[in-house]
Design a binder for this molecule. Structure first.
Ligand SMILES: C[S@@+](CC[C@H](N)C(=O)[O-])C[C@H]1O[C@@H](n2cnc3c(N)ncnc32)[C@H](O)[C@@H]1O
Length: 297
């Protein structure tokens, strides 16, 4: 027989925030990436792919491709490759899909034979890839690339795309709720500033793409609710973003708390308060931006 507790809805149960000592991180020389590279992060990235996919009504590939029998695809900073594996299931088996990342531990252990992976930085792609790919995907490198590295990465993508090929970027835009959210955003911006990341990269992607020589630059935005007020969809996105913030804890503490927190307990308390605010503030939401563009023929 179930108890009353068993029957209580679990939708708003808070996300557990792991201790920093339980997380592991990449050690790729020179890479600025601050989020963890471990099992919990793999699971989070897989769930995050589904949240993005749902927000775009199940569509993961936005550029207006002319139908072709097979495609050469690169996922730049693929992580566990939830996007690439999903795309693979939608393309003919003659397509060739490749993921690169600075962290081998994130790659999936099993995958179809037309999918492969290698270790590389998005800022320095192999010379032999020039004009190779029909499509390049790069999503959520906000906490990875310094301001100047975005230009480098776009130049590399432009080079490895075949003429007429498409690139698709995905990044988070504005997120809003109440005063705790605002303070948290300030902390994230301070972290970005301290590491040389570009806090406004999402809005700047179209301009940078044009500057890199791309044409047909197109932006599509969706908003996703954050918090229990929006039911299960809000809880799922809340859990995912809280896990992103939990992953930033090490970087914030290493930076001395950036004037927002002093101890790990402060950080965890701040994050729990943020969850509560999202749960209780109707209208809390976050924007997803997909920006796609074409290399001229
Ligand atoms: C937030 S995750 C996003 C993963 C994947 N794109 C997705 O949407 O699920 C960022 C990924 O970029 C990788 N990364 C960070 N810096 C990189 C770099 N300089 N070159 C290649 N990959 C990088 C990280 O290891 C991580 O897998």
């Amino acid at each position: 027989m179930s108890s009353t507790l068993d029957n209580e809805p679990t939708v708003s149960s808070a996300v557990a925030i792991p201790h920093v000592s339980q997380r592991s991180f990449h050690n790729y020389p020179g890479a600025a990436y601050v989020l963890p590279a471990d099992e919990q992060e793999i699971e989070r990235l897989r769930q995050q792919h589904n949240i993005w996919k749902t927000a775009f009504n199940g569509k993961i590939l936005l550029p207006p491709f002319k139908p072709q029998s097979s495609y050469f695809v690169l996922d730049s900073g693929s992580g566990p490759a939830a996007f690439l594996l999903d795309l693979c299931s939608q393309l003919a088996q003659t397509s060739v899909l490749h993921g690169i990342d600075i962290e081998k531990r994130l790659f999936p252990l099993s995958h179809p034979s037309n999918v492969s992976f290698s270790i590389a930085s998005v800022t320095s792609l192999p010379d032999e890839w020039t004009s190779k790919f029909d499509f390049v995907h790069q999503r959520l490198l906000f906490f990875a690339l310094k301001r100047t590295e975005w230009t480098l990465a776009m130049d590399q993508i432009h080079r490895v795309l075949s003429p007429g090929g498409w690139v698709q970027f995905g990044e988070y835009g504005y997120w809003h709720s109440g005063p705790i959210n605002e303070k948290y955003r300030q902390m994230q911006n301070a972290l970005a500033e301290s590491r040389g990341f570009d806090a406004k990269i999402c809005a700047d992607l179209p301009r940078l793409l044009q500057k890199a020589g791309f044409i047909n630059v197109t932006v599509e935005k969706r908003t996703v609710p954050l918090g229990a007020w929006a039911g299960q969809v809000g809880v799922d996105s809340r859990n995912n973003f809280i896990s992103v913030f939990a992953g930033l804890k090490m970087a914030v503490l290493k930076a001395g708390g950036l004037g927002f927190v002093e101890t790990e307990e402060d950080f965890d308390g701040f994050t729990v308060a943020l969850q509560k605010e999202w749960d209780e503030t109707e209208g809390s939401e976050i924007e997803f931006h997909i920006v796609y563009a074409q290399r001229p023929n």
